[in-house]
Design a protein around this ligand. Structure first.
Ligand SMILES: Cc1cc2nc3c(=O)[nH]c(=O)nc-3n(C[C@H](O)[C@H](O)[C@H](O)COP(=O)(O)O)c2cc1C
Length: 169
């Protein structure tokens, strides 16, 4: 089946994951901003990923209106994924009418305070304490003291890639 990967990424985390997924699935990859309506109509499913900003996945609403088909969504955020956050994302971000054809995976991103806009840096400095509390080990909590925090991990893509291979062979 034809699959395409589409992403929206402000600082590059969702883009890196999208590139790895496209490599693993040997399929085309697009930045959301360059996809025209109808362009991916011949795809059986679209894998869409974006950074998480204030609890929402960047570009997801546009993805739902552009791609009227199965969507495999990956949400790239700093907070440690939990079952509760997965349930909250599904509840809040996936409209009832597309729930049965939308799958959701949570991945961890990163940030470099030195590369952020002034406003984003301010927000991150305010919320990193909250994210730090969600960590289970002192080592992980320590990471949040740094200017550059990186939880991007290619191996965390395995469940998503396996799901796509199994569902859309
Ligand atoms: C203004 C702002 C708000 C954010 N809100 C959240 C959030 O609600 N939950 C979360 O897990 N991460 C949040 N993050 C962290 C980003 O999701 C993380 O840096 C991610 O890697 C960004 O992906 P991107 O570079 O592909 O856009 C926020 C970052 C910024 C700058």
């Amino acid at each position: 089946m034809n699959i395409a990967v589409v992403y929206k990424s402000r600082y590059g985390a969702a883009k890196r994951y999208a590139q790895w997924i496209a490599e693993d699935l040997k399929c085309p990859i697009y930045n959301l901003s360059e996809v025209k309506p109808g362009q991916l109509d011949n795809c059986g499913a679209v894998v869409y990923g974006g950074g998480v900003y204030a609890g929402s996945v960047s570009g997801l609403k546009d993805a739902f209106s552009l791609f009227n088909k199965d969507l495999v969504v990956f949400a790239v955020g700093m907070a440690k994924p939990t079952e509760a956050s997965a349930a909250a994302f599904k509840d809040k971000l996936i409209p009832a009418e597309v729930k049965d054809r939308t799958a959701l995976f949570q991945l961890r991103g990163g940030y470099d305070l030195g590369k952020m806009s002034f406003f984003h840096k301010l927000v991150m400095m305010l919320v990193r304490g909250v994210m730090k509390k969600g960590e289970s080990s002192p080592g992980e909590r320590e990471k949040f003291k740094n200017k550059i925090v990186d939880f991007i991990d290619r191996s965390s893509l395995k469940p998503l890639v396996d799901y796509i291979k199994k569902t859309y062979k």
